[in-house]
Design a binder for this molecule. Structure first.
Ligand code: PMV
Length: 397
């Protein structure tokens, strides 16, 4: 019996206007709209192959080499929606194989170690939905598919596009208008780069769903955030992106990260995602911007202590003069940058900036940072020639 396969990659995205709060936890409907930048897949991506055949006995998922349960409700909801869409096609065209009734084998791999400390659920659910949509030859566009990925993990809906992406919260109860749309394609602002500082942390963070529920239920500040702060910021940030106004984009990004973490602190009992190292990074970014008398870099933090720094390519030397000075012992500079380039960052610092620095530089910062991931804005899901499933057996290669 034939085995049908398809493969895709999907990117990670990091929000610059945060999604925090569900108005419907079942459908993953948010209490506010959000905006993100999609990151390049050379550095961070999920590759997923999906296969189906009349001969398969049960839905099975292999994630990074291990068989994992597919029984969780969120994944089941995604699979059901995709099967329903496939069923519509089959009922219109009798010649189509009845894939909607067959079981699925899904094999998925991240190109970054789990130890990198980055949540991979957004890329994972985006890849799952796109791989199966391709397998089923669904005619739906990325925004329509994003509604399905959203049910897997809210932020996953934004990984269906490259560049700059908005998730419009929508109004309807069934979630039909809560989906991702493109704000600006990658090629319109491809100079956007990102440096991720992976911060050491021993404690396990409060899972995002649990954290959101607590904030929605207990924080007074949260009401101000969703009713007044975010709606205005959503419009302003989209405008800053379309105009490629980095100064404005950076200011809104930093303020929104701070606002989100303030509602976490305002939850009861409070939730702490950022730690002392994160706070040192926040101070460092403000000091660097003040030093240049210009906003060249922005920070943002998700539900954990890792910092994502956004900056434009044209300012990389200025930023890296500082970052390399402080973090040269941290893993991740090579092989992205060769020795000559790294020496260049060093000499800019030593020869041009050192004498003029008036702020405190913590030369022990590197001790609490495990790795730096140097990447940039990137495209949406891509077709992949690499396939993780053996087309004869339908099993992982
Ligand atoms: O999609 P989730 O449930 O992993 O939640 C993501 C929440 C944040 O990363 C903190 C913000 C965001 O918009 O991505």
């Amino acid at each position: 019996m034939s085995v049908y396969v398809s493969s895709t990659t999907a990117p990670v995205n990091i929000a610059t206007l945060k999604y925090w709060g569900k108005r419907d936890a079942n459908l993953n409907l948010p209490t506010n709209s959000s905006i993100s930048v999609t990151l390049a897949q050379d550095d961070l991506r999920t590759l997923t192959s999906a296969a189906t055949s009349q001969s398969f006995e049960k839905d099975t998922l292999w994630l990074n080499g291990n068989e994992e349960s597919l029984s969780n409700k969120r994944t089941q909801d995604c699979l059901q929606d995709l099967r329903n869409l496939r069923h519509q096609l089959e009922s219109q065209d009798d010649s189509l194989p009845k894939m909607s009734q067959w079981k699925l084998h899904i094999v998925s791999e991240n190109n970054f170690p789990t130890a990198a400390g980055l949540a991979s659920s957004a890329a994972g659910f985006a890849a799952l939905v796109v791989a199966i949509a391709k397998l089923y030859k669904l005619p739906q566009d990325m925004s329509e598919l994003s509604r399905i990925a959203r049910k897997g993990s809210g932020s996953a809906c934004r990984s269906l596009f490259g560049g700059f992406v908005a998730w419009e919260m929508g109004e309807s109860k069934d979630g039909s208008d809560s989906m991702a749309v493109q704000v600006l394609p990658l090629d319109q602002w491809s100079q956007m780069k990102a440096a991720i500082l992976v911060v050491s942390d021993l404690k396990k963070d409060t899972p995002s769903t649990q954290g959101m529920q607590l904030t929605v239920a207990t924080s007074d500040l949260f009401q101000e955030r969703i009713n007044n702060v975010v709606p205005k910021r959503f419009v302003e940030m989209k405008e800053a992106i379309v105009k490629r106004d980095f100064t404005k984009f950076a200011e809104l990004t930093m303020k929104d990260s701070n606002s989100f973490h303030a509602t976490c602190l305002d939850s009861y009992p409070p939730i702490f995602y950022i730690n002392d190292t994160s706070k040192k990074i926040i101070r460092l970014v403000h000091s660097i911007n003040a030093f240049f008398n210009e906003t060249i870099v922005a920070y943002t933090f998700d539900a954990g202590p890792n910092a994502v720094l956004y900056y434009l390519e044209e300012n990389e030397d200025k930023l890296f003069a500082f970052l390399y000075k402080l973090l040269n012992q941290v893993e991740g500079w090579e092989p992205k940058y060769n020795k000559k380039q790294l020496d260049g960052f060093k000499s800019i610092f030593e020869n041009e900036y050192k004498e003029r620095i008036e702020f405190f530089m913590d030369h022990e910062l590197y001790l609490s940072i495990t790795r730096i991931i140097l990447t940039r804005a990137g495209p949406g899901p891509q077709d992949s020639k690499e396939c993780l499933i053996d087309e004869k057996t339908g099993l992982p290669k």
